[in-house]
Design a protein around this ligand. Structure first.
Ligand code: WTA
Length: 644
């Protein structure tokens, strides 16, 4: 393996054509944004977005609440579609799609306009309007993007729920948003099996009195029950739809979407993003980080249910006028060559995926990628979790053939857009580092009191100044917003990540410092899984920790104590894993469950997760255990593992 701090400079040929070429160009942008933020963002907003009415001020900062482009009127659906229609992009492919069974579609900007206008006019005709809330629970099909864009067109606040979430998780989100509208499908394809979404939606919607309409797309063609009055087939509504549905001029700060993500309690946080600032930064990072060119075919493998799907499959690429590829299914279906085949087939130029996917595919051997022509690739990206140097090297050598820069992009659901990543024609890479901040972003590594740490010292990652695409609040819970992000170091955005900055100013993200796990690049709170476990009638107490996992980064490990009675722990272990999948979703299923009579606690009754982490990581316990209530519990938990 190469020296960890070796810099891979931007290849000369790449740099020569890059949107931002050379360090001096990056530095100039960065300095301007730092010194004159209003001018910097104001000029970009004017140039890069369409405005129905111009704003009065670039931003208003009343910590911790911010407004961007105050007083302006715009519309993200218009910016993603309509404004491209009067020029050479009219018949450019906007969405290139491949279904898991191999079906494919190529939708031009003009056609996307027609589809979105038709669907938006159906929603409008049924009385849905700006400020209402819609839940989108769909497979990775173009209509998922159409639904998002139709909502954005009318100002309906959407919340996309990942298709892997269970009906329970879906219900919690419908209730929290008091959504009037649910947009779903009969099902979708995953590893050749149908994921039956409408069944889950039906279960979720019972007990959700706010839901007036449920629109159902026919994807798999299987039979689903339709409730008279509430449920409507997409194609039935579409049959009489108007194609005339202009984008509503919306306030810059009009709520665009709410995306639920795990926090440190059992209840997910509804991250609220608004219109103009989000649109601007999503579009700009497409140009800066992905070096987007007019002729590129760009593919991000994320699911639309995560923030990466929002910012880098739908809104960012379309606002920037890109051709964005969407793939419905699994990377290993029908075999481990699927991703490489798609790259070859569509001549993908920019490929953006997660370290988990890279590690999983790396393990299958080089014969899979080597069987395909990957020469169209010019840039590779990584997101969601730290990428280990071995996976980075493989990605660089075997996929990028040593030619393609890799952009390791650090950001969060909360940040809306990429905040730390190399501009690939300017900033050299060090495997495992997100490198340098984007213009306008002032990250820092600090101690508990907010004092900057020296070079190469570990601390908390914070961001010093508000940026256009940052979350505005948590849906219905401004107090939790203040407490979760702005109270650890008063008035400063706290990311929840640990990091260090090296002497070259490069950021190295070390993982979460709170009770959030990162499994396959998906955020999952320990409390969320614990609350699910204790809802099971046999469980007295549960404590969950993440343990290192070769492929998924972390895996869920649960410690469970049972209520009195006779238990068949082998059977119960299986049942509890299934239970968590039912309560949250299959991706949250614990890999390991350990039973114990009690859990290690401090005298004040707090579960000592740090000790449990020690047990799963090295099966030993170190550090201060004097506050422990019952040391025997620990010995038993560790011993259980030795017995296998
Ligand atoms: C982690 C995903 C290291 C980090 C866009 C962050 C990363 C959390 C990286 C956000 C990266 C994301 N390197 N860690 N390049 N990207 N993370 O909200 O811990 O699903 O706080 O957003 O993922 O996860 P989220």
């Amino acid at each position: 393996m190469s020296d960890l701090t070796a810099i891979y400079p931007p290849p000369a040929e790449f740099a020569a054509k890059a949107n931002v070429s050379g360090m001096a160009a990056y530095q100039a942008l960065y300095d301007k944004a730092k010194e004159h933020p209003e001018e910097f963002w104001g000029e970009l907003a004017e140039k890069e977005l369409h405005w129905f009415e111009k704003w009065n001020h670039v931003f208003e900062w009343n910590p911790p609440f911010v407004k961007w482009f105050v007083g302006g009127k715009t519309n993200l659906s218009y910016n993603c579609i309509d404004r491209h229609l009067n020029g050479p992009r009219k018949n450019k492919v906007a969405i290139l799609w491949e279904g898991e069974p191999g079906d494919q579609r190529a939708i031009t900007y003009q056609e996307l306009h027609r589809l979105v206008s038709r669907f938006a006019s159906c929603l409008k005709a049924r009385g849905h309007k700006a400020g209402d809330r819609a839940i989108i629970y769909m497979p990775m099909v173009p209509e998922a993007a159409v639904a998002m864009l139709a909502c954005a067109r009318l100002g309906i606040v959407h919340s996309v729920v990942f298709g892997g979430f269970s009906s329970e998780a879906l219900k919690a989100r419908i209730l929290d948003l008091e959504a009037q509208l649910v947009i779903t499908a009969d099902g979708g394809w995953r590893r050749g099996k149908e994921i039956r979404l409408k069944d889950a939606a039906d279960e979720a919607m019972t007990g959700c009195p706010s839901v007036k309409d449920c629109v159902v797309l026919r994807r798999t063609g299987s039979t689903v029950p339709m409730q008279e009055g509430r449920d409507h087939w997409w194609h039935d509504l579409d049959a009489t739809a108007s194609e005339d549905c202009p984008a509503e001029p919306l306030d810059s700060e009009h709520p665009l979407y709410v995306l639920y993500t795990s926090g440190t309690t059992g209840k997910p946080k509804g991250i609220l993003h608004t219109t103009a600032g989000y649109a601007l930064q999503a579009a700009m990072t497409m140009k800066w980080v992905f070096d987007l060119k007019e002729e590129d075919t760009y593919w991000c493998t994320a699911d639309i249910g995560w923030v990466t799907g929002h910012s880098y499959i739908v809104y960012g690429p379309l606002a920037a006028g890109a051709t964005t590829l969407m793939y419905e299914g699994a990377p290993d279906f029908p075999n481990f060559g699927r991703f490489w085949r798609i790259i070859e087939k569509y001549k993908v130029n920019i490929f953006y995926t997660s370290p988990t996917a890279i590690r999983a595919l790396l393990r299958q051997g080089d014969q899979w990628p080597n069987a395909h022509d990957l020469s169209s690739l010019r840039l590779l990206g990584s997101v969601g979790e730290p990428i280990n140097p071995a996976a980075w090297e493989w990605y660089h050598r075997v996929i990028g053939k040593g030619r393609c820069p890799i952009v390791d992009t650090w950001w969060q659901t909360e940040t809306g857009a990429i905040l730390i990543a190399p501009m690939p024609g300017a900033v050299g890479a060090k495997p495992g580092s997100g490198t340098l901040p984007m213009p306008g972003i002032l990250p820092e590594v600090v101690d508990f009191n907010g004092n900057p740490m020296g070079d190469d010292r570990e601390g908390f990652l914070i961001i010093r100044r508000p940026w256009p695409s940052m979350l505005r609040t948590l849906w219905g819970d401004p107090e939790r917003y203040k407490e979760a992000y702005w109270s650890r170091i008063p008035g400063i955005y706290f990311t929840g990540d640990a990091a260090r900055r090296d002497k070259d100013g490069y950021f190295w993200i070390l993982g979460r410092v709170d009770d959030v796990m990162n499994v396959s690049g998906h955020r999952l709170s320990t409390m969320e899984v614990e609350s699910a476990l204790v809802r099971h009638p046999a469980v007295a107490e549960a404590a969950v920790v993440g343990k290192p996992h070769e492929v998924t980064g972390q895996a869920v490990c649960a410690f469970v104590s049972l209520k009195k009675g006779d238990h068949d722990t082998a059977a119960l272990g299986k049942e509890l894993r299934q239970w968590v999948a039912h309560e949250i979703g299959a991706f949250a299923r614990p890999e390991e469950i350990r039973f114990s009579e009690a859990l290690p606690k401090t005298r004040s009754g707090k579960i000592m997760r740090r000790l449990l982490r020690d047990i799963v990581n090295n099966n030993t316990v170190s550090g201060d255990v004097t506050t422990l209530e019952d040391m025997n519990v620990l010995t038993r938990l560790a011993a259980q593992h030795d017995e296998g």
